[in-house]
Ligand binder design. Structure first.
Ligand SMILES: [Fe+2]
Ligand SMILES: [Fe+2]
Length: 180
């Protein structure tokens, strides 16, 4: 049953997501960090897979626009910059990036109304207007779950710990090894 679901999820991403994943702008997402050590590309894929899983779990897979669900999930963070860079226009990223993402996506792809709405409103309830369609609600829920998993992942803390240890060793080495 579990294996069957995994195959269905993989097939849905292949069938509906290939145009988006092949777009050259995805290179920016592959090099931009989203949560912890997870790139925006990997986060978007995770949200797409989880969106399909949620639709299957709640038995609404037959009732949603499958293509719009997968595509909106893959494009929900298509803002195309690393929000950790301290550019002035990255301020209030949480509130504004849904708008950036939908504008970029409309420029690069032919979007359905469901896709545009889901991308623009995925940050609800941080932004005040909820998604209009079921597909958008699913993407928004999948995004919150994925963001929480990525932010709290043990891998993140391992990496932070290693970075901290490298910093400690580097400081000791430069201050004691070279200067004392
Ligand atoms: Fe987002
Ligand atoms: Fe997201």
């Amino acid at each position: 049953m579990r294996a069957k679901k995994s195959v269905a999820i993989r097939r849905a991403i292949d069938d509906y997501g290939s145009e988006i994943l092949a777009n050259p702008h995805m290179e920016i997402e592959r090099h931009s960090l989203q949560h912890g050590t997870v790139t925006t590309y990997d986060h978007s894929l995770r949200v797409a897979r989880l969106s399909v899983r949620i639709a299957l779990f709640f038995h609404v897979w037959a009732h949603v626009d499958r293509s719009s669900l997968v595509r909106a999930a893959l494009l929900h963070d298509y803002f195309l910059y690393d929000w950790h860079d301290s550019e002035p226009w990255h301020r209030l990223h949480g509130f504004r990036h849904g708008g950036f993402a939908v504008r970029n996506a409309q420029r690069d792809f032919e979007l359905t109304a469901i896709e545009s709405n889901a991308i623009a409103r995925h940050m609800f309830p941080l932004t005040p207007i909820p998604p209009k369609y079921l597909e958008g609600v699913i993407v928004s829920v999948a995004d919150k779950i994925s963001a929480t998993q990525e932010t709290l992942s043990p891998q993140r803390f391992r990496t932070l710990h290693i970075a901290h240890m490298i910093g400690v060793i580097h400081t000791r080495f430069t201050h004691q090894g070279f200067h004392s």
